[in-house]
Design a protein around this ligand. Sequence first.
Ligand SMILES: NC(=O)c1ccc[n+]([C@@H]2O[C@H](COP(=O)([O-])OP(=O)(O)OC[C@H]3O[C@@H](n4cnc5c(N)ncnc54)[C@H](O)[C@@H]3O)[C@@H](O)[C@H]2O)c1
Length: 424
Amino acid sequence: MTNPRIACIGAGCSGAGQMILCEKYMPGSIVAFCDLSREIFDNIVDEYQNDRSSGETGDFKTDIGYLRPEFKDIPFYTDADKMLQNEDIEAVIIATHCSSHCEMVEKCVKYNKHILLEKPIAINEEDVEKIWQLLKNYPKVSTVNFTMRGAPVSLAAKRHVENGDIGKIVSVQYTNNVHYGDGYFRKWMRTKEKIGSLLLQKATHDLDIINSVIGLKPLKIAAFGSRLVYGGNMPNDLYCDDCDKKWSCPMSSFKLKLDANKYFPPKRERKCVYAKEIDIDDNQTIIIHYEDGVTASYSQTFNVPHGAAQRGANFIGTGGVMKLEYYGDYVDGPIGKSHIDIFQYHQKQDSCIHEVYDWGGMSHFDGTEYVMLGKFDQLCGRETEIKNTIYEGYVSAKMCLAAQKSIETGQVINLDLECTFKNY
Ligand SMILES: NC(=O)c1ccc[n+]([C@@H]2O[C@H](COP(=O)([O-])OP(=O)(O)OC[C@H]3O[C@@H](n4cnc5c(N)ncnc54)[C@H](O)[C@@H]3O)[C@@H](O)[C@H]2O)c1
């Protein structure tokens, strides 16, 4: 079978990163791209072709080895409609900022393309419903980019629960302490207008992991949230580079690199974290009522030192407990090993199933590339264990929107999901 002809709308960190992954696994598959500016794309391609580090490749960095020289010259458009009209394209990666996902999905549906959409599928109720109505019976492939879902450790956790290794699920306690949380407040992701909330930006992955592992339908949600660390009265266009407190402010990118050896982001991600425009919460706690009486809690916070990074859950069942720790053995940098530990009710205290999953330096706990491979399988009509259908994206986005609504209204929100969960 020949490689599908793929284009990308929004060729930034994620979009250009995914294009490079397409070229790695299906050389020549990328045929065109569209962006308002080709700056990030050019920087990223430059990193691969000229071995120059701009720090732009971020989460989607890979070891492609060889990137064809003419890749930089593939047709570039600033108007998505023109690209879809002019080019012979079968599938489209949509990786623009979240607020325009819906508009881009509508265009791709109009031109009858396979759709590889970034998460969250959209950031408000109207767009999420619109996308669901457009794609729920769409005859072409439509996926969402839940990169953690393809991590070997996530798949193993799901299999353990399916095998009954902890009996019937009773409850889930999930924690997400984000040690690079300040990064969200230094770049475009720091306003409600751009991302809705950090639930839609971050928790959407983790809620999907809970849904995927336990395979049950969420019914009701309640949540609390607040902003206690970031935001303030500083100018929106102030960068640490130009601030007279560059070497004294404890949250300066420069000082954090010097004192704590924290990741030093590219210039566009070095904005002041005390800017006026910051209006999203920096910590949230959710409780969820699933079908069959199963309960779950999820908590995320964005100002954690790297030594205290934590992501994962206790899955508590009638026959035991499964501890899933994404950060397990972790050193900031290209090293990390996730763990699964299963303690069973009818075993002696020190007996346990202990599994280690080395990420091998790959992002999203080794999930990014397996998820991409799962999409290629879907595009080529092959079976895959890593199905990121739009369905999962819809359910998780609805949960995040309901949690935000609960934070704003103080009410418990009924999810009223139209779909059943039988294809989990
Ligand atoms: N799955 C994951 O793990 C993961 C990781 C990071 C980002 N994301 C998602 O990827 C999307 C993009 O995030 P990013 O970090 O790559 O941002 P980015 O700023 O690096 O890239 C976004 C690109 O989209 C372009 N763009 C914006 N509006 C456009 C429009 N109307 N038409 C064409 N191009 C447009 C911008 O110019 C930019 O080049 C977001 O939805 C984000 O939630 C997902």
